[in-house]
Design a protein around this ligand. Structure first.
Ligand code: AHR
Length: 497
């Protein structure tokens, strides 16, 4: 069945840049994300690595042009004492990872390892600091340790540990999920604590300036955002976070691969709810900050299912299917379209945890469907947002509920190329979209598509290339119109130049 949708692009109304950090990632000391994902140890002789970091991972993430990486948590951040993770590795203390599987954390991957790895990846680091079980001094010292270029106790210690120049870390999270695993605080209590911590975070003439990020709301906790905006003065805050996962039911999240259409529908309902969340949290921020000086960072998002059978429930290891590609494509379109306020987003989590872009098993590496969506969408990074309007959108209906089938965003880069990303979440209907552009004459148009026969399809260690982006040409130019036929459950990116 073919349904028809019209998308108008307003190339004359360009006002905002899509911050490349919307394409950011998140890596926690959780399960096999850091250990066995990024880091296999400096003495590893079976897996090729540089300073213990897998070379295949470095290559895959560099290809993805990941702009920013958040670390070390998550909930882990509020148990992490960074001083345990610097200096000679054989002298570092061990702790128990209380949130994630109760495993021993030997602190072998610490601040130097992470920040040096970010340099290799070409990604900005985003350090999430410990407020829940840390101290103001501990955080102030961390900032001095990584950013101070002169004579100071922490700069001296950094140099003794082998790093002369500071890393100039710009992004700093002041605690994580302070309403929950960060300390079960009320927003009023946390706002006071936040001010105290933020006051002692010195910008050691870091040319870029510090970004202090307040731990934000979960989903539709608008009261949390309201109190942060009301109680924290502007000179102490640069961004506020928001976490939202596409989860069917926290008590039984369902299988990552063996799901039915009704479960798929619910997942997409939750994922598309990001539009409402971002709109409403932004409206609260607009009230206190109409100049939009404080950014909204959606620093945890993605699909969350039951763990794969036979894996540690505390490790959150799940497969990644075309359903995840649908989540990624629609969510990134939402963030692009809210580029005025959303300046960073961090998919949870990069490797082997939740909606991962990479899965590893010994020497093998799999690029997931989500990886391919991120790869197709990277053209939007730092491009100018072209506002769009979607008319007569097809509905995807189930059990009396209805979701918009098509999602879109568009951008113009500094080479004058227009990129349009389109998603059709409908399981059975392909959709014909008429793209209305002002100047289409004599333009060359190319496309890429990600699709598969079944939503449950995924890449495995034995068949790693079942799903990958291929070129797409089901479109026709007619005067000012580009007619595009989007197959069911697919993601497309068009380039017009
Ligand atoms: O990403 C997994 C966990 O989800 C994070 O540690 C926490 O912040 C969130 O609840």
């Amino acid at each position: 069945v073919i349904a028809q949708v019209e998308v108008e692009l307003f190339e004359d109304q360009i006002n905002h840049t899509i911050n490349k950090n919307i394409y950011g990632h998140f890596a926690e000391h959780l399960g096999r994300c850091i250990y066995d994902g990024f880091y296999v140890g400096e003495d590893n002789t079976t897996i090729p690595h540089k300073n213990g970091v897998r070379l295949d991972v470095i290559e895959a993430l560099r290809d993805l042009e990941i702009p920013v990486l958040r670390w070390p948590g998550g909930c882990f951040a509020d148990t992490y004492h960074w001083k345990d993770g610097v200096g000679p590795k054989n002298k570092r203390p061990t702790i128990v990872n209380q949130w994630w599987g109760g495993v021993v954390e030997d602190n072998s991957f610490g601040t130097h390892d992470f920040l040096n790895m970010c340099e290799v990846l070409g990604a900005e680091p985003y350090l999430a600091a410990n407020v829940g079980s840390g101290t103001v001094k501990e955080l102030a010292d961390w900032v001095q340790y990584v950013n101070h270029d002169g004579i100071s106790p922490m700069a001296k210690w950094r140099k003794e540990n082998g790093r002369d120049k500071p890393w100039n870390v710009k992004y700093w999270g002041v605690g994580n999920e302070m309403w929950g695993c960060g300390g079960n605080m009320t927003p009023e209590y946390y706002a006071n604590l936040y001010k105290q911590y933020a006051t002692f975070m010195v910008d050691w003439s870091n040319s870029a300036g510090l970004y202090r990020i307040a731990s934000g709301a979960s989903d539709n906790d608008y009261h949390w955002t309201e109190i942060m905006m009301r109680d924290i003065p502007k000179h102490l805050i640069e961004a506020i976070a928001l976490h939202s996962y596409a989860v069917i039911d926290w008590n039984d999240k369902g299988s990552a691969t063996a799901f039915n259409e009704s479960q798929y529908f619910t997942t997409m309902e939750r994922a598309l709810n990001m539009e409402t969340l971002v709109t409403k949290h932004s409206a609260i921020m607009d009230k206190y900050d109409p100049e939009k000086e404080i950014a909204l960072f959606v620093d945890e998002w993605g699909g969350w299912y039951n763990v794969e059978e036979g894996t540690n429930p505390g490790f959150l290891y799940q497969q990644n299917t075309m359903r995840d590609a649908m989540i990624a494509g629609t969510t990134l379109n939402i963030f692009n379209n809210h580029a005025d306020r959303v300046k960073m987003a961090n998919l949870a989590q990069t490797i082997n945890v939740l909606q991962a872009v990479l899965l590893t098993k010994e020497e093998k590496l799999v690029l997931t469907p989500t990886y391919h969506v991120m790869n197709m969408y990277k053209v939007h990074q730092d491009a100018k947002l072209i506002p769009v309007s979607l008319n007569n959108n097809t509905s995807y209906e189930m059990g009396g509920k209805s979701l918009p089938a098509v999602s879109v965003s568009a951008s113009l880069n500094d080479k004058g190329e227009v990129h349009i990303s389109l998603v059709n979440i409908h399981v059975t209907k392909s959709v014909k979209v008429d793209l209305l552009l002002t100047d289409l004459k004599a333009k060359s148009i190319t496309g890429q598509i990600l699709s598969s026969d079944h939503l449950q399809d995924h890449n495995t260690f034995d068949n790693p290339s079942k799903i990958s982006q291929v070129s797409f040409s089901s479109f026709k130019k007619r005067k000012e119109k580009l007619e595009v036929s989007i197959p069911q459950a697919s993601v497309i990116v068009l380039k017009i130049k």
